[in-house]
Design a protein around this ligand. Structure first.
Ligand SMILES: Nc1ncnc2c1ncn2[C@@H]1O[C@H](COP(=O)(O)OP(=O)(O)OP(=O)(O)O)[C@@H](O)[C@H]1O
Ligand SMILES: [Mg+2]
Length: 348
C-alpha cells in the first residue's frame, strides 16, 4: 500500500463528481419524466404529481446511497478512532488500529490511525521508562535507608563499646552521603533531561579547568596508589565549562573506582576539529561487550553485586551532557585490560 500523501477520505474529487452526476441524473430524469407525462396525461395535476413522486423517489435513492457511503467510509473509521482515543485517554496504551484502506487506497483515516498507533506505542514506552525509573529509584533509596534505620537503632544501645559506636556512626554517615549523592544525581539528570539547565556558550580555557578538576581528585589517586599521566594541551573553546566538569568528574571517578591499586590512569585533552577531544584511559578491570552496550543507561551497573559504590547514574549523566553539548562519546574496553572513554566536541 502506498504511503505517499493520503487520499482525501471524506470528500475526494471523485466524491464531488459522483455528487454532481447524481444531481444531474435526478434533474435529467425529472425533465424527461415531465416531458413523457405531458405527452401521456391531459391533467396538469396528474403530471405534476407524477413528476414530484419520481423526483422524491430518485432523491431518496441518492440519499440512501450517500448515507451508506458515509456510514461505511466516514462514520465507521471515525467511531473506531474515537474509541481508541477514549481508551488511550483512560491510560490503555495497548490500543492499536488496523487501517481499513477503503477502496484499496491509503486515505486520511488510515494516516490518522497509523499516527495514533505510533503515539500509543511512544506513550507505552515512555510509561514503561517512567515505571522502571520509579522502581529503580525506590530500590536504590531503600538500601541506604535501611542501613540508616538499622544502625540508628543499634546506636541507641547504651552498652555499645566506643569503637563499635564510632564504626556504626561512620556507616551511618556513609549511607547518608550515598543517599544525598543519589538525590543530587537524580535532580541533575532531571534538570539535564528537561533542558532547564541550558548550555552556556562562553569562550573557556578547558585545559585550565581540567587541570583544576584533576588536582581536586589527587587525594583519591594517592589513596589508591594509582599513577596519573596527564597530556593537557591548551584548548580554548566556546562551551559550557560546568557541563564539561560533569563529564570529566564522572569519567575520572570511574577510572579511579574500577582501577586496582598500582594501576595507571591517563588523561588527555587535545584540540580536535576546532574543538576538543578528552580521553580518560585506565588499566582497570575493563568491561565486557554487554556492559559497554548498557553502561550509559540509567541505574545500570556492570557488577550487580554492588561490590563497588555507586548508583549507576554517572555515565547516564555524561551521555546526557554530551548530547546537550552536541558532541560524541566513544568507549573502548576489554575485560582485564582497561577502558578508554573519548569525548569529542567540534568547534563552531
Ligand atoms: N572505567 C571503567 N572501568 C570499568 N567499568 C566501568 C568503567 N566506567 C564505567 N564502568 C561500568 O559501567 C557501569 C556504569 O557506570 P556509571 O558511572 O554510570 O555507574 P557507577 O560508577 O557504577 O555509579 P555512579 O556513577 O552513580 O557512582 C559501572 O557500574 C561499571 O560496570
Ligand atoms: Mg560512575
Amino acid at each position: 500500500m502506498s504511503r505517499g500523501s493520503p487520499r482525501k477520505a471524506a470528500f475526494s474529487v471523485w466524491g464531488y463528481i459522483g455528487f454532481f452526476a447524481a444531481t444531474a441524473f435526478v434533474a435529467a430524469c425529472s425533465i424527461l419524466l415531465y416531458a413523457a407525462a405531458r405527452a401521456r396525461y391531459e391533467s396538469d395535476t396528474a403530471v405534476a404529481l407524477l413528476c414530484l413522486g419520481n423526483i422524491l423517489f430518485l432523491a431518496l435513492v441518492c440519499t440512501l446511497i450517500d448515507f451508506l457511503r458515509r456510514k461505511m467510509f466516514v462514520e465507521r473509521p471515525v467511531r473506531r478512532i474515537l474509541d481508541a482515543t477514549r481508551a488511550i485517554a483512560a491510560g490503555d496504551f495497548t490500543v492499536r488500529l488496523t487501517p481499513a484502506h477503503a477502496w484499496g487506497k491509503y486515505d486520511e483515516f488510515d494516516a490518522i490511525m497509523e499516527n495514533l498507533n505510533r503515539m500509543a506505542a511512544d506513550l507505552a514506552s515512555t510509561e514503561m521508562l517512567r515505571t522502571d525509573f520509579v522502581a529503580n529509584v525506590s530500590h536504590e533509596i531503600k538500601t541506604p535507608l535501611s542501613v540508616i534505620c538499622n544502625y540508628a537503632s543499634a546506636l541507641q544501645d547504651e552498652a555499645l563499646p566506643a569503637d563499635e559506636r564510632r564504626a556504626y556512626a561512620q556507616t551511618l554517615a556513609k549511607a547518608s552521603q550515598r543517599l544525598a549523592r543519589l538525590v543530587s544525581d537524580i535532580l541533575a539528570l532531571g534538570r539535564l533531561e528537561n533542558r532547564s539547565q541550558c548550555a552556556k556558550n562562553e569562550r573557556v580555557d578547558l585545559s585550565e579547568a581540567l587541570r583544576g578538576g584533576v588536582i581536586a581528585l589527587e587525594r583519591l589517586f594517592d589513596e589508591k596508589e594509582i599513577s596519573l599521566d596527564c597530556t593537557i594541551e591548551d584548548v580554548t573553546v566556546c562551551t559550557d565549562v560546568h557541563l564539561w566538569e560533569i563529564v570529566w568528574n564522572n569519567l575520572l571517578s570511574n577510572a579511579i573506582k574500577f582501577t586496582p591499586s598500582g594501576g595507571r590512569v591517563c588523561v588527555s585533552l587535545l584540540p580536535w576539529e576546532g574543538g576538543a577531544e578528552l580521553t580518560v584511559r585506565d588499566t582497570g578491570c575493563g568491561m565486557s561487550a554487554e556492559t559497554c552496550a548498557h553502561a550509559f543507561e540509567k541505574f545500570y551497573q556492570g557488577d550487580t553485586s554492588h561490590a563497588q559504590e555507586g548508583n549507576g547514574l554517572g555515565l547516564a549523566l555524561v551521555k546526557q551532557v554530551v548530547d546537550i553539548l552536541g558532541g560524541e562519546i566513544a568507549v573502548q574496553s576489554e575485560p582485564g585490560k582497561g577502558s578508554a572513554f573519548t569525548v569529542r566536541l567540534r568547534g563552531e
